[in-house]
Design a protein around this ligand. Structure first.
Ligand SMILES: *[C@@H]1O[C@H](CO)[C@@H](O)[C@H](O)[C@H]1NC(C)=O
Ligand SMILES: *[C@@H]1O[C@H](CO)[C@@H](O)[C@H](O)[C@H]1NC(C)=O
Ligand SMILES: *[C@@H]1O[C@H](CO)[C@@H](O)[C@H](O)[C@H]1NC(C)=O
Ligand SMILES: *[C@@H]1O[C@H](CO)[C@@H](O)[C@H](O)[C@H]1NC(C)=O
Ligand SMILES: *[C@@H]1O[C@H](CO)[C@@H](O)[C@H](O)[C@H]1NC(C)=O
Ligand SMILES: *[C@@H]1O[C@H](CO)[C@@H](O)[C@H](O)[C@H]1NC(C)=O
Ligand SMILES: *[C@@H]1O[C@H](CO)[C@@H](O)[C@H](O)[C@H]1NC(C)=O
Length: 599
């Protein structure tokens, strides 16, 4: 099934970045691109000195490192240690820590370290306390009217009830002494994804909100948006998650989509109006500076697109021990910093980690996310432009509406020109050549990554693409032939790499965006493909829930009834976006009385 050929060769040798898909003639078009030393230097505007992380984070990373040496690798989760909060002030805590007796390798006795942690720290997550959502009722009026099957209905009500389990608010302690916590004090209650993800996350929140809207929990949905907007006001963008260690990266930008969906369900104009300035500010963050890249066509016309780029060149604090281990084979300091930036930028993409971002799928240190113009990210930005245009029109700001409509038209053209491939019927990620720092580049076919990734179909989720009948027909056929559609849903890629954003994992948000695009297109055939995938996905969520008692972060699409694996941490349950997608899909398609929910 796997048709990929690793594309990375030793550095400085000439190499073609992507194999043509069994179509021989395409190989003639391939231009030779050299991956040079230059691609390892950071881009000029970000080569300056990097400020040290906050003293609390530095300290918690030291504790994390010592804990690894002391407790050993099995079950070790580095994130736990940067989520601890201090019982006493930092200098006291450091003093106590430095007094511990260490062996030559830096480890402490298990007893001493356990005692120290107990004495000096509150438990991870203790600073986020349970908060019953005010708008939760066990049986909401008008809940999933199209679900007729009683067994499915009972389960959907259980999934609905999980909003209670996942609802939290920041404790008063954090507001009193923020310097003792890595948790960022948010004004309103939040819904967390679950398990090790103890804080609110950015793109997860979109599907949480879709589920909350199906659950008629409009106030909780709005509160999540208010929290995320408070992050824009403070940091200029929505953080990956609400922790001080996430300040220098974002996540797939879906805030405007959240606001748009809430507006559609509630008609709350006041709410839309209040959100608009933050949406416009966020749009600027993604379309200027280091995120912006221009691709020139043969007529020297400029097409402006966006990439992921975290302003961070250190190990990710929440995975510091892992990142350092991966970087341990990289000898030059500049290359190590470059690698750390790529790791953080991949986390910004939401797809952490995947062969999608690796020059050589077999070698993790070849992550090159900042050299990729991603299809899905640019579809999301087009979505922002259309959402802002729509929301400013309904709130009466016609000049802003017109401006963003124009902006969206330019981006749509850029997406068509740079990513679309009429032969494959997909949009492909575009790899920047030579120096990714050169922010104006000339387009080449051979720079499209023609491997099959679920992200190649995400533009279909955006209205201006799904309303084109001919295009939808072509893309639907391409999806069916892609090898990505499996018995339990759409696979993330075709490469079984052991990374969690690869085969055989399927993720709720990806299923949802592709299904919704197909379903809204107006094509009967596309809608029936959408419904077929939705049924597979709902079944695997249900059967796995029956077996394990929980909703999971990801599922194995090869067979119905199994959760997914791989990646840098053990599989997580809870789970915000999976719950949201099940509820949103059941709202859209319903479930007939006589359709079995078994695999
Ligand atoms: C460090 O040393 C201690 C005691 O000498 C030993 O038990 C432990 O396995 C070592 N840890 C590592 C990671 O080498
Ligand atoms: C930390 O707390 C101790 C008391 O436990 C106090 O003596 C010390 O001055 C404090 N240090 C700082 C930097 O606030
Ligand atoms: C949700 O919370 C309830 C009540 O605390 C608990 O009984 C149940 O096990 C929880 N469910 C899950 C899936 O965590
Ligand atoms: C495209 O951008 C380049 C670099 O900024 C500029 O020199 C060129 O004039 C632009 N082309 C057009 C057609 O605007
Ligand atoms: C994080 O971003 C801030 C604000 O742009 C910057 O000052 C700081 O140097 C960045 N930190 C790192 C570690 O790059
Ligand atoms: C470092 O290189 C060695 C030798 O090539 C290899 O065995 C090891 O797996 C590498 N470590 C990492 C973390 O990639
Ligand atoms: C992995 O990639 C890095 C960065 O390009 C390179 O230095 C290293 O030699 C590669 N390792 C292997 C085992 O190919």
């Amino acid at each position: 099934m796997e048709v990929s050929i690793p594309f990375s060769k030793p550095r400085n040798s000439s190499t073609t970045p992507f194999p043509p898909p069994l179509l021989l003639f395409l190989s003639l078009l391939l231009t030779v691109i050299s991956i040079s030393e230059a691609s390892y230097s950071p881009c000029a505007s970000h080569s300056g000195p990097v400020k040290p992380t906050t003293p609390l984070l530095n300290f918690l990373e030291r504790v994390q490192e010592t804990a690894l040496r002391t407790f050993g690798k099995p079950k070790f989760d580095p994130k736990l240690y940067v989520d601890l909060s201090l019982k006493r002030n930092l200098s006291d805590s450091e003093l106590g820590f430095d007094k511990l007796v260490r062996s030559s390798n830096g480890s402490v006795s298990v007893k001493d370290l356990s005692k120290y942690i107990e004495n000096y720290f509150e438990g991870a997550g203790d600073d986020l306390v349970y908060a019953k959502p005010e708008d939760f009722v066990p049986q909401p009026k008008g809940f999933l009217p199209k679900v007729k099957n009683q067994e499915v209905r009972n389960w959907a009500l259980k999934v609905h009830s999980l909003w209670k389990n996942l609802s939290r608010k920041v404790s008063a302690e954090v507001r009193k002494r923020p310097e003792l916590h890595t948790l960022i004090p948010l004004p309103d209650p939040v819904i967390i994804p679950g398990s090790r993800f103890r804080e609110v996350y950015y793109w997860d929140s979109y599907w949480v909100i879709r589920g909350l809207l199906a659950s008629k929990m409009y106030d909780t949905a709005k509160a999540i948006v208010t929290n995320l907007i408070s992050l824009i006001e403070e940091y200029g963008h929505v953080l990956n998650g609400a922790r001080t260690y996430y300040t220098n990266r974002s996540q797939p930008p879906l805030l405007s989509a959240m606001v748009h969906e809430i507006y559609k369900k509630t008609g709350d104009l006041e709410f839309a109006k209040e959100c608009l300035p933050a949406l416009i500010k966020e749009h600027k963050f993604w379309t200027s500076g280091i995120h912006k890249v221009t691709i020139q066509d043969a007529q020297a016309r400029n097409h402006t697109l966006t990439r992921y780029y975290a302003t961070w060149d250190k190990p990710r604090p929440e995975s510091s021990t892992l990142d350092k281990e991966f970087a341990s084979n990289i000898s030059s300091v500049a290359e190590r910093k470059h690698f750390y930036r790529e790791v953080a930028s991949t986390a910004e993409s939401g797809w952490d980690f995947s062969t999608r971002w690796m020059r050589n799928p077999a070698n993790f240190t070849t992550l090159a996310t900042t050299s990729v113009l991603p299809v899905d990210l640019n579809a999301f930005i087009l979505g922002i432009e259309l959402d802002i245009s729509f929301l400013s029109k309904v709130t009466g700001d016609y000049a802003v509406s017109k401006h963003f409509l124009k902006t969206s038209q330019a981006r749509k053209k850029a997406i068509e020109f740079v990513f679309w491939n009429a032969q494959t019927g997909q949009w492909h990620d575009y790899w920047l050549s030579n120096s990714h720092c050169k922010r104006v580049q000339t387009w080449k076919t051979s720079n499209q990554n023609q491997k099959a990734f679920a992200s190649n179909f995400i533009p279909l989720w955006i209205k201006s693409f799904y309303s084109d009948a001919l295009l939808v027909d072509k893309v639907t056929k391409s999806l069916r032939k892609s090898g990505l559609v499996h018995p339990a849903g759409i696979a993330t890629s075709l490469t079984n790499s052991g990374q969690q954003w690869d085969f055989p994992n399927g993720w709720a948000p990806i299923q949802h965006m592709i299904i919704e695009g197909l379903a809204r297109s107006g094509s009967k055939e596309a809608r029936s493909v959408a419904e077929d995938i939705a049924v597979r996905w709902i079944r695997t969520n249900y059967v796995t829930f029956k077996k394990t008692g929980t909703m999971h972060e990801k599922y194995d699409v090869e067979k119905c009834g199994y959760f997914g694996g791989g990646g840098e941490y053990v599989p997580q349950t809870g789970f915000g976006w999976s719950n949201g997608v099940v509820l949103a899909l059941l709202e859209e398609f319903g479930w007939p009385e006589d359709l079995s929910i078994a695999c």
